[in-house]
Design a protein around this ligand. Structure first.
Ligand code: ADP
Ligand code: ASP
Ligand code: MG
Length: 436
């Protein structure tokens, strides 16, 4: 039995939804279908989720009516293209009233997935099962996995086939809460785990997980098989194909993920399992991923290394200021902290002041404009010279390395480069490993 999640491009219009329907109907084992809101039909198009965030922002005195009319038109077009026998205008009128009443950002955004699922359920003539009340969050907004699994299991017991909306669940108060962006992948993984699926199929618009971002590297190689650990590293570091948190529910249940292309369903896609070490010879690296938007906070103090508790004081400040960090490279009398820019927004002055107080450092400076690039692969452990090759690739292109970190798992090497070198650096590393 399979659980399938179809992403935004798969649900973008009537034409793509017909492909989704063909895929679902072709195989009896595709029982539970989780969907995203309609995504972009072209590069210049707007995702429904973004349009809905726009509606929410326009609720107070803005042009909410016009903005919501665009959302309505999109869903009416889809319903028309599919020739559905539902009163979509009445459904959308109801949703508009609910949004005005709820005045909640998450509720507004969630209606994209809700409407997408209502439409697909009608088109396939199967049951619509709402995830509100089934996927549960605590009042602090934390996912309650065990509770969600048992609620879903009970709700789907005896249901032959169903369509469920991705991206959201609800809190004990009944209020709707969404995951972070791209979160329908997590909903699909939770449903797969709840029903004990044999495989979690994640349908998108590429043939599978590619060894680099196709928007940066032209025609990167497809990865046929990768481990949950490799996937986690790549997804966390920016390979957006799958939400990095979608791995946990399926990994603990031992359910493989298969990434597939709605627009090329015969392609095998990428299979993600717990262990790929015995899958035969593979290239040294599995993939490269990266993110822009980091800053480094450099702290220097004479004799820092002999000062017991120095790092703890730095970390306590970060904790008190509510800032999480990515890396903490250190020298003898210097320690740096790499932080996402978004976590520093509005907090930097108080964070720096608190660091001065806590460390009595000789100097503290902040450098922004950093990008991180992770080179990931299980085979890196057993091969010598992987790091040398990365550095060589960058040196040949005159790219300055601003940070180096190798995870203790030896599954990845992370380097920091100036953001203006980001694309050039990824291409340089990719080319180096693909020619040898
Ligand atoms: P969906 O709407 O189906 O969830 P996403 O847009 O979230 O799809 O993810 C698929 C997109 O991820 C691809 O279209 C591609 O542009 C991008 N992408 C980034 N890195 C990679 C990678 N390493 N392999 C494949 N796709 C990638
Ligand atoms: N529609 C949501 C988003 O755009 C969730 C998803 O597509 O997974 O982020
Ligand atoms: Mg996605």
């Amino acid at each position: 039995m399979r659980v399938c999640k179809f992403g935004g491009t798969s649900m973008a219009d009537g034409g793509s939804i017909k492909k989704v329907m063909e895929i679902v109907r072709r195989d009896e084992s595709r029982k539970y279908i989780v969907v995203s809101a309609p995504g972009k039909r072209s590069k210049a198009d707007t995702k429904i989720t973004d349009a809905l965030y726009g509606c929410f922002n326009a609720l107070d005195g803005g042009d909410f009516k016009d903005k919501f009319a665009k959302v309505t038109r999109r869903f009416c077009d889809i319903s028309g293209e599919l020739g559905l026998d539902i009163d979509i205008s009445a459904i959308l009128d109801g949703v508009r009233e609910d949004i005005i009443k709820a005045r909640s950002r998450d509720f507004t955004a969630s209606r994209g997935e809700y409407l997408s699922a209502v439409i697909l359920a009608a088109a396939l003539d199967v049951k619509f099962v709402d995830t509100a009340g089934l996927i549960l969050f605590s009042k602090d907004g934390e996912l309650m996995l065990e509770e969600s699994l048992s609620r879903l299991r009970a709700a789907l017991d005896g249901v032959e086939r169903a369509v469920l909306p991705g991206f959201y669940g609800s809190m004990p108060s009944g209020e709707i809460k969404t995951f972070s962006r791209g979160g329908s992948d997590i909903s699909g993984a939770i449903v797969a785990s709840a029903v004990g699926a044999d495989v979690y199929e994640n349908w998108t618009d590429v043939d599978g997980f590619l060894s680099a971002d196709p928007r940066i590297v032209p025609s990167p190689k497809l990865i046929e098989c990768l481990s949950y650990d490799e996937l986690r590293e790549l997804a966390y570091m920016g390979a957006e194909v799958l939400h990095p948190e979608a791995i946990f529910p399926v990994r603990r249940a031992g359910i493989p993920i298969n990434i597939k292309n709605t627009f090329h369903p015969s392609a095998a896609g990428t299979v993600i399992v717990s262990n790929v070490r015995h899958m035969g010879e593979k290239s040294v690296i599995t993939g490269i991923a990266g993110r822009k938007g980091f800053s480094i906070i450099n702290i220097q103090k004479e004799m820092m290394n002999s000062e017991i508790g120095f790092a703890r004081r730095v970390l306590s400040v970060l904790e008190e200021e509510g800032v999480s960090f990515e890396h903490m490279p250190s020298g003898i009398d210097a320690l740096s902290v790499v932080v996402r820019d978004e976590y520093l927004e509005g907090k930097l002055p108080s964070l720096i002041a608190a660091l001065w107080r806590a460390t009595e450092a000789d100097s503290i400076d902040v450098q922004s404009g950093l990008s991180l690039i992770a080179t990931v692969g299980h085979n890196m452990t057993s091969r010598q010279g992987t790091a040398a090759k990365i550095f060589e690739a960058l040196a040949e292109k005159h790219i300055n390395i601003r940070m180096i970190d190798q995870g203790s798992s030896e599954l990845n090497i992370i380097i920091g480069v100036d953001t203006f070198d980001y694309e050039k650096a990824i291409n340089a590393i990719y080319t180096k490993f693909s020619v040898d």
